[in-house]
Design a binder for this molecule. Structure first.
Ligand code: CA
Length: 234
């Protein structure tokens, strides 16, 4: 897996003239871009992860505010809104619909590109390397593959670590066994439902106080697993 690939920006904008110029400036800054002319197409594309979204408020099939809310339910991806009327600035601020920044049309594409860069830089800085849960009961260093329970290192297999990291990335989100198999594949993983269960069982024995009553990795019957630890504030 290469980390060298450039960041991808989704431009949601129905006016081709605008999306073209935005794409051109972002390409020039080394970003990959994709364009969605409608909210529907955007939601389809968003089944894949993006590093940032440029979202126009005026779309042909749904209000940009609506789309922003839908995206926010699924992801923390930075969103920069394009607004046509200056009055919309107040709405974005006032409604708290989840945009990270906004630019009022007509805008300078160079200015927009600079804001895209700033948002992505900030997001990267925020992606914490060491995550801590339940008052430090469990910590996870995703760079060094190190997990500690009450400060004591716990030796996990790569697969166990991958499963834990995939689940802990979004506490409360349920991942099916198949999703987990897909997420840990490429790490010499033989993917079968029961194999996942076996790995989770081993993982629990290592990180849970009482593996029969887990507080971190819980079973969602008939669906899969979810992480139920509480992330610590900084
Ligand atoms: Ca538009």
């Amino acid at each position: 897996m290469s980390n060298e690939k450039s960041e991808t920006v989704l431009i949601i904008e129905d006016e081709k003239k605008i999306s073209d110029v935005v794409a051109m400036y972002l390409d020039r800054e080394g970003f990959r871009t994709e364009v969605a002319e409608t909210g529907e197409k955007a939601l389809n594309l968003l089944q894949e992860p993006f590093d940032l979204i440029v979202l126009d408020l005026m779309l042909p099939d749904m209000p940009g505010e609506e789309l922003c809310k839908i995206i926010r339910e699924r992801s923390d991806v930075p969103i920069i809104m394009l607004t046509a009327k200056s009055g919309e600035e107040d709405r974005i601020k006032g409604l708290g619909i989840g945009a990270d920044d906004y630019v009022v049309k007509p805008f300078s594409p160079r200015e927009l590109a600079a804001r895209v860069k700033a948002q992505i830089r900030r997001t990267k800085k925020m992606a914490k390397r060491v995550q801590s849960f339940n008052g430090g009961l469990l910590t996870m260093d995703t760079e060094n593959y190190e997990v500690k329970r009450k400060g004591v290192p716990v030796v996990l297999t790569t697969t166990e670590f991958r499963i834990l990291a995939a689940l802990a990335e979004k506490p409360g989100r349920v991942l099916s066994r198949l999703q987990l198999i897909n997420m840990v594949q490429g790490y010499d993983f033989e993917g079968y439902d029961r194999t996942i269960d076996a790995h989770v069982k081993n993982l629990r024995h290592k990180i849970e106080e009482d593996p029969r009553n887990p507080i971190f990795v819980r079973t969602v019957y008939g669906v899969g697993y979810k992480f139920t630890g509480t992330p610590d504030a900084d």
